[in-house]
Ligand binder design. Structure first.
Ligand SMILES: Cc1cc2nc3c(=O)[nH]c(=O)nc-3n(C[C@H](O)[C@H](O)[C@H](O)COP(=O)(O)OP(=O)(O)OC[C@H]3O[C@@H](n4cnc5c(N)ncnc54)[C@H](O)[C@@H]3O)c2cc1C
Ligand SMILES: *[C@@H]1O[C@H](CO)[C@@H](O)[C@H](O)[C@H]1NC(C)=O
Ligand SMILES: *[C@@H]1O[C@H](CO)[C@@H](O)[C@H](O)[C@H]1NC(C)=O
Ligand SMILES: *[C@@H]1O[C@H](CO)[C@@H](O)[C@H](O)[C@H]1NC(C)=O
Ligand SMILES: *[C@@H]1O[C@H](CO)[C@@H](O)[C@H](O)[C@H]1NC(C)=O
Ligand SMILES: *[C@@H]1O[C@H](CO)[C@@H](O)[C@H](O)[C@H]1NC(C)=O
Ligand SMILES: *[C@@H]1O[C@H](CO)[C@@H](O)[C@H](O)[C@H]1NC(C)=O
Ligand SMILES: *[C@@H]1O[C@H](CO)[C@@H](O)[C@H](O)[C@H]1NC(C)=O
Length: 585
């Protein structure tokens, strides 16, 4: 495919701000706070902490600069980043029994901004129920939807789409904020014929597929217009927003690239409680220690964070002993309960040339679209190609009569997402990605070597529980029904993957043979209530049994929300930063 074959262009990185390439450029190695990982959450934390001019902050990021990386800037190029390249950690999972022994990719960004620099930019918060469940399991009402909404708003900067189209009836301004930091917008380029059809289909099938004005209101059920972290026709990442020009020159903020943290350093005990004076990192073949007078904050993500904990001697004692790594704190939940969402794709050829492939596969139109974006940041390249998303529930009776217990967080929470309407795998075609949002199956992120520079072992544990397969199968049936609405009659030509008349067993095999990950891995350093017999951090994000060490990233989610995970990660990071600031005020 032309899109995939596009060579990644890297413009020369201009000299900018306080992002350093070499440790020798730093003013020193002692700071008030050291943040490990300049990713989605890490950049929120560093930005908010340095609002206080009395705090000095060092950020250690293993990856490279995001400056001038055109595949990250142009929304349309999103898929160019999802293959082995210098912006990737290149992880894969272990063979998955639930996927008939296949392994699946698990991309993680190795670039400033972390996954917000290479993700698919969908902005979905999840349901109010999801966060109310966080509050319930942690015993901290601060994680409830109502209390977290101001933090979603601190993050979000609602922005008009670049095509300046009339957005009335496409979102609800009351549930958005225009004065946050990270840009969010409706798509600045649409496929009018497809969009007309899909909105009409919501009228023809009002039960499952009712139109939802705004899926980010806390009540996501239904089908609505996609919202993405795009501003002015360009990707908005935590690097372009929270490290934007108005912040990066703060005298107290220091970001070091190419600095891979191996472990926590300078362990000591006071009043029986473990603490660490700094973190050890490698740059250019040499080890250094970044010292933190106040706190160390791990924001290395759902793979990096549990890895650093285990290499520091915090984890399951038996597993650490087997690797001859001395245990400083026996915390068996580290790396456990890893949760990602399995997903499968379906596609149809259509009677229309208003499809993404008619641009990506046609070099004339591709060049025109690139030139337009280059001139004015408008046109098809200002968007990801997807127009809508839907969030559906299975009926409780449907689950119950099959012996399953509802895994969702509550009655306003979806079980499945048929999303990505509009992005095709073939010629004149459309595609739908179907995501099982609340899988019961859990996996793990563990280490298999005492060498911190060896890749961790990632097991997403997909489809081990029958309810996850059942949910995927019912989701496929719902999507097939959707395209039976009368409006599609002259539009849909034929399925690309024909699953229409398969038996349930054959459908299950189709799911096991084709499912991949939604890339929403969370839960590997989960929050739990104070005193709980499991969990890694308390609800204030402090590592249980350790002082002056917090985790602020997607690994602390106690459950995966019924959505994608960047909006939730941003909100957790905003509140987490607030907790740190208040503790040291
Ligand atoms: C391909 C892909 C597509 C996605 N699409 C969407 C989407 O459309 N919508 C959505 O809401 N969510 C999406 N997600 C999920 C979402 O982007 C992530 O859940 C979220 O960004 C995670 O943020 P984080 O801060 O926990 O981790 P990250 O953003 O991954 O940040 C971790 C950072 O720490 C660095 N790091 C790791 N280890 C070390 C170390 N030892 N030393 C120093 N630095 C280290 C990493 O390089 C990285 O920069 C997607 C994810 C992926 C991978
Ligand atoms: C990922 O693979 C690419 C291509 O092989 C390589 O250039 C890059 O360095 C790898 N990433 C890491 C973090 O090793
Ligand atoms: C996984 O999470 C559940 C709660 O969802 C908890 O009961 C269990 O103890 C956790 N397991 C581990 C190993 O942390
Ligand atoms: C490619 O796009 C150009 C410009 O819109 C158009 O004239 C041409 O017919 C297209 N080619 C194909 C094979 O569709
Ligand atoms: C983008 O614009 C610059 C000049 O502003 C030009 O040099 C470059 O060739 C253009 N690229 C494309 C793909 O149009
Ligand atoms: C773990 O390490 C052992 C010894 O190096 C190796 O045989 C095994 O394949 C590794 N397992 C995984 C899942 O990487
Ligand atoms: C394609 O759509 C046109 C109208 O846009 C219609 O006249 C024609 O019959 C359709 N073709 C098929 C094969 O459905
Ligand atoms: C599925 O079966 C029905 C009823 O037998 C038939 O009308 C339909 O064409 C079949 N669909 C496909 C894609 O084969």
């Amino acid at each position: 495919m032309l899109r995939r074959a596009l060579v990644t262009l890297v413009y020369l990185a201009p000299c900018f701000g306080k992002v350093y390439e070499d440790v020798s450029q730093l003013p020193g190695l002692s700071y008030d706070f050291v943040v490990v990982g300049g990713g989605t959450a890490g950049n929120v934390v560093e930005n908010r902490l340095t609002e206080n001019p009395d705090f000095t902050v060092l950020v250690l990021e293993a990856g490279v600069s995001n400056e001038g990386v055109i595949d990250s800037i142009v929304p349309f190029f999103v898929t160019n980043l999802l293959q082995p390249n210098i912006y990737e950690w290149n992880y894969t999972t272990v063979p998955q029994p639930g996927l008939n022994g296949r392994n699946v990719g698990n991309p993680r960004a190795h670039i400033l901004g972390g996954c917000s620099t290479h993700n698919e930019m969908g902005y979905t918060r999840g349901s109010a129920d999801d966060y109310d469940r966080f509050a319930a399991v942690t015993g901290d009402p601060g994680w409830s939807w109502d209390r977290l909404l101001p933090y979603f708003f601190k993050n979000e900067k609602w922005t008009p789409p670049v095509d300046q189209h009339d957005t009335r009836g496409q979102y609800n301004p009351a549930v958005h904020s225009t004065n946050g930091i990270d840009s969010v917008s409706l798509s600045g380029s649409n496929w009018p014929i497809f969009s007309r059809h899909i909105i009409e289909a919501t009228k023809q099938l009002p039960n499952d597929w009712s139109f939802n004005l705004d899926m980010n209101s806390g009540k996501p059920l239904g089908l609505g217009w996609i919202q993405t972290t795009i501003g002015g026709g360009m990707r908005s990442s935590s690097a372009t927003s929270y490290l934007g020009p108005e912040f990066i020159h703060r005298k107290n903020l220091h970001v070091l690239l190419h600095a891979q943290v191996s472990k926590l350093a300078d362990a000591s005990r006071a009043n029986g409680k473990l603490s660490f004076g700094g973190v050890q990192f490698l740059q250019g073949g040499k080890f250094f220690t970044g010292k933190a007078a106040n706190e160390i904050i791990l924001s290395a993500g759902s793979v990096g964070t549990p890895g650093i904990l285990m290499h520091s001697g915090i984890g399951d004692q038996a597993a650490l002993t087997a690797l001859k790594t001395p245990t400083l704190l026996d915390l068996p939940s580290v790396g456990q309960n890893a949760t990602d969402q399995p997903s499968v794709g379906l596609g149809w050829t259509v009677n229309s040339t208003q499809t993404l492939d008619s641009i990506s596969q046609n070099s004339t139109r591709f060049d025109e679209a690139f030139a337009e974006w280059n001139r004015s940041h408008t046109g098809p390249f200002s968007a990801i190609g997807t127009t809508h998303m839907a969030w559906l529930r299975l009926a409780p009776e449907e689950l119950g009569s099959n012996g399953f217990t509802d895994q969702s967080a509550g009655p306003d929470s979806p079980h499945i997402e048929p999303g990505g309407f509009g992005a095709p795998p073939g010629s004149h075609s459309i595609a739908v990605w179907i995501v099982v949002l609340n899988p019961l199956s859990r996996g793990s992120v563990t280490i298999n070597s005492s060498d911190p520079f060896e890749s961790p072992v990632i097991d997403v544990g997909f489809l081990q529980s029958n309810i996850d397969v059942f949910t995927g199968r019912e989701a496929i049936k719902k999507v097939l029904n959707f395209f039976k609405a009368p409006i599609w009659r002259d539009y849909i030509i034929a399925p690309i993957v024909d699953v229409e008349n398969l038996t349930d067993d054959a459908l299950d095999q189709f799911i096991r043979n084709s499912a991949s990950a939604a890339f929403h891995l969370v839960g590997t350093a989960a929050m739990s209530a104070k005193g709980a017999r499991y969990g890694v951090v308390d609800s204030d994000l402090r590592v249980k049994g350790v002082s002056r060490l917090r985790i602020i990233d997607a690994s602390v989610f106690p459950f995966v929300p019924s959505s994608h995970t960047q909006a939730g990660t941003y909100a957790i990071a905003e509140r987490g930063a607030d907790l740190v600031k208040k503790a040291w005020a």
